[in-house]
Design a protein around this ligand. Structure first.
Ligand SMILES: Nc1ncnc2c1ncn2[C@@H]1O[C@H](COP(=O)(O)OP(=O)(O)OP(=O)(O)O)[C@@H](O)[C@H]1O
Ligand SMILES: [Mg+2]
Length: 403
């Protein structure tokens, strides 16, 4: 662009009113001011946790439900209300919230306990102390005052995957030695199978009570989304039907409110970039494509080269043949490509494991077949839509220096 044209562009950009009033209301960490359609859960939570206000220990609590069903939002909302009430009456109740998905915060027992201690206001080095010592500092910090501490471990399945489940048991048992204070745990998870795999001893200590968050239906998502849109956008910038379509899309697999909010946010961003003064229904399909695209790239970016080359091979074969792709042919091509990029080829068995992992991540679908030229093989199809696929292949090719 010429200098003059650029100036004009910036001027018109500055002169244009944004579609957004408060974009923060659509960000993932936004804490809603109203929780809709979770009356039952709020009531149960309130009943279970109210004894804290009298410094009587409530049962530990375990909340589960699929992603985007409002677990984090509902619990944080309720605990905030509880703490507000306590503060007004000078009741020594406090809460600590940790999201265990965050790297470097909850990927080892040391780091989690150190983080909990920091949340209590005590500095602790990032490494260097023996784990026992970290526990001791944590214990002393809590017990230094007469108080009640609610510990919320969000995405607790991630923690246990990394540290093992004994940490829960140890935390719960701390109560037996505390003299002045007490703790209670709230665990949150979207992995429903994770509880079944817990050691029974840990399970009974964690799951004093459990609370289920069922998926929302499209109408419930519509209400949540309208409420949020009212805060996020200027009046009249949403075409009729947009909220309904986002809600319907988000309810297709299971009612996922996060997905609906993200769809609307991305559709609005696309509309702004296109200089439209309204978010139109047809932007939602584009938004969905963009979200899928970014999601697939996110997954791929963090994977080793072997994973990337295997996926590249699958995409290459599927773009030249119409039917399903077989593991044997994927391995053949993968092997050839390994030579080209100077990668030591893995065995066919390992590549099969990688393919199974890609299936688990949802980027491909596989069906096991028992016959075929290669013995037991799988029939693979891609779940990524065709336009995303092209750009994924290009990006993979560039990263692997194949193109
Ligand atoms: N009942 C609700 N009322 C208002 N907003 C909600 C409600 N349920 C969910 N949301 C919003 O939808 C998004 C997803 O909700 P939340 O993060 O609580 O889901 P989650 O169950 O914790 O999902 P995950 O298991 O993936 O962590 C958030 O932006 C949240 O504010
Ligand atoms: Mg959550």
């Amino acid at each position: 662009m010429e200098k003059g044209a650029l100036t004009d562009f910036f001027r018109s950009y500055l002169g244009k009113e944004s579609l957004f009033l408060d974009k923060g209301a659509l960000q993932p960490n936004y804490l809603p001011e109203k929780i809709l359609h979770r009356g039952d859960q709020l009531k149960q939570l309130a009943n279970i946790l109210a004894p804290c206000l009298k410094l009587q220990k409530p049962s530990n609590l375990f909340c589960y439900g699929k992603t985007g069903t409002g677990k984090t939002a509902t619990i944080r909302y309720l605990v905030n209300q509880l703490i507000n009430t306590a503060n007004k009456d000078k009741i020594p109740l406090m809460s600590i919230y940790v999201n265990c998905r965050l790297k470097r915060i909850a990927d080892t027992e040391y780091r989690l306990i150190a983080q909990l201690t920091r949340e209590l206001g005590k500095e602790i080095p990032i490494t260097g102390l023996p784990t026992d010592e970290v526990y001791r500092v944590f214990f002393n910090t809590i017990d230094a005052e007469n108080q009640f501490v609610l510990i919320i471990l969000d995405e607790i399945d991630q923690l246990i995957k990394k540290t093992g489940d004994n940490i829960i048991y140890t935390l719960v048992r701390i109560n037996e030695d505390l003299k002045n204070s007490q703790i209670s745990l709230i665990g949150i998870s979207n992995d429903l199978l994770f509880v079944d795999n817990l050691d029974p001893r840990v399970k009974s200590s964690l799951c004093g009570e459990d609370l289920v968050f069922p998926p929302y239906n499209a109408l419930q998502i519509r209400d949540i989304l309208s409420e949020r849109a009212g805060r996020a956008f200027r009046a009249d910038v949403i075409e009729n039907g947009v909220i309904e379509k986002c809600s319907a899309y988000a309810a297709r697999e299971h009612g996922d409110a996060r997905r609906a909010i993200e769809l609307l946010r991305v559709a609005a961003e696309i509309s702004e970039r296109d200089n439209l003064d309204q978010i139109r229904i047809d932007q939602i399909d584009r938004a969905e494509e963009k979200i899928e695209h970014d999601h697939v790239l996110d997954i791929i970016a963090n994977q080793p080269k072997q994973f990337q080359l295997t996926l590249y091979s699958i995409i290459s074969i599927s773009s030249t043949s119409n039917g399903p792709v077989f593991t044997g042919e994927v391995y053949e091509l993968y092997h050839q490509l390994c030579d080209r990029v100077n990668l030591r080829p893995l065995t066919q068995r390992r590549v099969s494991d990688i393919i199974a992992e890609q299936d688990m991540l949802g980027i491909i679908n596989t069906k096991v077949l028992s016959k075929g030229r290669y013995g037991r093989t799988r029939d693979i199809s891609l779940t990524i839509n065709p336009s995303t696929l092209l750009s994924v292949k290009k990006i993979l090719g560039e990263g692997l220096e194949l193109s």
